[in-house]
Design a protein around this ligand. Sequence first.
Ligand SMILES: [Zn+2]
Length: 507
Amino acid sequence: MNLKIGIDNYKPGWEIILKQIGVSFSQFSLSNNISPEEYSVIIITEPHTFEENKIIEKFLNAGGAVLYSDNAVVNNVFYKFKKVQFLCSKQNTSFSQIGLVDIYSTIKIPNSKDIITIDSGLSISSIEHGVNLILPFNINEFILNSNSRRKKFFAYRKELPSEIVSEVSKGKLRKIVELSLEYLHHKRDLPFVHLWHQPYIDKNLFIFRLDTDFCSKKDADEMYEICKKNDISATWFLDTESEDKLNNYATLGNQEMAIHCDKHYLYDNFDDNYNNILKADEKLKQWGISATGFAAPFGDWNCSLDNALQKMELTYSSEFALDYDDLPFYPYCNNHFSKVMQIPIHPISLGRLRRSHFNENEMLQYYIDLIKRMVKIGEPVIIYHHPHHKHFDIFDKIFQYVNSNNFSNMNMREFSKWWEERYKLKPEFQYFDDKLSIKYDSKNVFIKISTKKGYIISLKGDIQMDKIKFNQHPELVHKNDLKRIRKFHWRDILYDHESRRSKKAFK
Ligand SMILES: [Zn+2]
């Protein structure tokens, strides 16, 4: 049978998530019966006619699995709508590891006597009829939302760091969909198979980014020495306004040079953004630097920036106001997908930790905790720094930690190229007689197979499932005191004021 996800309507937000997860998927039609052999799970995002609902019910009765979300209406179920800022998963559910998800929108909670709660914190439920889950989110809308706001991030101390980032926790929503699909496959006693998120089978990816605004030659050289000593190829986003230092960057070996800006400002129109990037690019070309990547000042993002990046034929960019702590994707604006890949990073820089009065030990600990968490969930670690904030010792220690803990390093250009290859794949997974047959056209991309017993990261090919020695699923629990990170603090206003003031200064 096919291990394939069917979706009733190709919506861009869903396409982004399903490509990130790396499942095999296609749109199906409800004009004919659908067989559970053809699709392992179907996703319903729209209300359907009486006849179409009968077909969905038949699919469920025949042993199929359904994920209801967005505007789906389950037969005989009433919904109540509720405005929420965030949700927080409960302990000991299939979704415990999610923790806190920022929503800042309306969710849709099913209300009927047949509803079974799966995670009351996240309002995820199921209906007493076949294998199914009901998500309360409008995934498509939430993923396409490009609002940003100041948010605090968790740390094991009282005063928390904050940054202006994407309003919606898009990475968490993607993970909820991934866990939902895994849950539904396991309920059907099927393996859940998807392309792996990282370029290695048994290693974690580490990426380091630098923004060079206000950076002196001395700071740049010291940062470079630390990178060189630890064999880290970083991506340097260059501020080209201070031209006298560009010759220096051109000489740094085994490092990627990319564009930050000429004027340190993100404009709200195409022309100003384009001219600013063009000017930076022309200056870099004089020193033989041809950049393929970009990171906007302040991590800001808008559609006019995206258009400018497309016209510049840059291949990737990285802005945490659009998304953070997530996997790469192609943004969607003005009714089409961008050609410029977005690479989300962890948005809290050492400068933000310093502003929240972290001492050096606490700064190092913050990043070590983050790295450990990313290893547990099997996702790349991408952090950034401004060399002008110094604290080179801390990065020396982080690099040493990474090098002695089974990490491999790529710069952002290398990662974007690998992700592009992964993105183009249309994998096919067949499962028959406990044998898994996996087809796609790449030797550089791996797969994750998850069953109730455990998981493995593997190469493509034919796999006899009873011969596999599975790794145990990691025990992932979230902290109990997560909600405190969304409690208002007077410093939030102060930091917002500071950020407005510093943006004005650049304009
Ligand atoms: Zn900057």
